[in-house]
Ligand binder design. Structure first.
Ligand SMILES: Cc1ncc(COP(=O)(O)O)c(C=O)c1O
Length: 341
């Protein structure tokens, strides 16, 4: 039994999802003639009560397109210091859009309206870059799957409105947040200018993200996606996986969250673990005692066919997902309990 807890992106499509992909009706999406992509985009837009949506091959490209749509070169994005758009998109924001960041020191990847307000540059002070966009990550990746209260997001929205700032949501794992906090997509649709969501993480699709916004913005996104090389042809085969995931794989995220919480609770009891970050969704981040190398933990678990990853020196991460089943969970718990240093 091979158990991979490195990320929720490691899942493989189930036979049912593959069947949906095999039997998808397709056409050339560059001519907007792929019925499955069109249906998928419309369904996602409706779910969020927003006007339009666009299919992307990756969350990175969807985020990068949102940045391009919402800014001009030289502008500044306000976001948390751990944001994926800053840390893990290969400097794309500066390369693609010529923008820079004001990085806020948030709590587990989450920022507040007060911090945003204090981070806005005076538009009259022409020496400073123009603050143009606020980007939120929900759930937070490096922040360990933490998720926002809607109230906090509304407070930030108010600041954005008062200061004429665009409001973007990197919702790669928004599905997890909505399940954990019992929220509805419409609550996000009414707040944000642009939202990116991923189907290739907790929802188990092999590929695919969607950018959601108003019709005019999505029309502009078509040219940007083309420029980024993301306009695909018979992409209905991929959109079919997203549609399948939308219909079948959302409510079960609860299972991933339960297992992650159980892992977190178990780690708390182990003598070699110094700290476990709060587990809200499917990400478990924990630290080991100073004399223990994170590499040693990874190695010992790998000898038992369990793969986990290091986040920083002495800090490790496990992510639960669709392909992590109960029998694996029992095995991992036992393996962790038996681990000795
Ligand atoms: C928060 C967040 N945003 C965006 C992305 C990018 O998604 P992709 O890997 O599909 O480009 C990821 C990927 O892990 C992520 O965690």
């Amino acid at each position: 039994m091979e158990i991979n807890l490195i990320s929720d992106t490691v899942t493989k499509p189930s036979p049912e999802m593959l069947q949906a992909m095999f039997t998808a009706k397709v056409g050339d999406d560059v001519f907007k003639q792929d019925p499955t992509v069109n249906d998928f985009e419309q369904k996602v837009a409706e779910l969020f009560s927003m006007e339009a949506a666009m299919f992307f091959p990756s969350g990175t490209m969807a985020n990068q397109t949102a940045i391009k749509l919402n800014t001009n070169p030289g502008d500044q994005i306000i976001c948390d210091k751990w944001s994926h758009i800053h840390l893990y998109e290969a400097g794309g924001a500066s390369f693609n859009s010529g923008v820079n960041f004001n990085l806020l020191d948030g709590n587990r990847g989450m920022i507040t309206a007060e911090q945003v307000k204090n981070g806005i540059n005076d538009p009259e002070f022409y020496h400073a870059p123009l603050s143009k966009m606020v980007s939120i990550e929900n759930t937070t990746n490096k922040g360990g799957g933490a998720c926002y209260e809607i109230g906090t997001l509304k407070e930030i929205k108010k600041v954005c409105q008062e200061h004429n700032l665009k409001y973007h949501l990197d919702g790669a794992r928004l599905w997890n947040a909505m399940i954990a906090k019992k929220q509805h997509p419409k609550q996000f649709g009414e707040l944000f200018d642009t939202i990116s969501v991923c189907f290739s993480k907790g929802l188990g699709a092999p590929i695919g993200s969607v950018l959601i916004s108003d019709a005019q913005t999505i029309k502009r996104a078509l040219r940007i996606r083309k420029m980024f090389g993301g306009n695909l042809r018979q992409s209905g085969y991929l959109a079919a996986a997203g549609l399948y995931a939308l219909q079948n794989n959302i409510s079960r995220l609860e299972e991933d969250h339960r297992r992650a919480k159980e892992l977190g609770a178990l780690l708390e009891t182990l003598p070699w673990v110094s700290k476990v970050e709060p587990v809200e969704t499917n990400i478990v981040i924990f630290s080991v005692l100073p004399h223990i190398e994170d590499k040693a933990v990874i190695e010992k678990l790998s000898q038992k066919n369990i793969a986990i990853s290091a986040m920083a020196k002495g800090t490790l991460r496990m992510v639960t997902h669709l392909d992590y089943k109960e029998v694996m969970h029992d095995y991992v718990k036992e393996a962790l309990e038996k681990l000795a240093f």
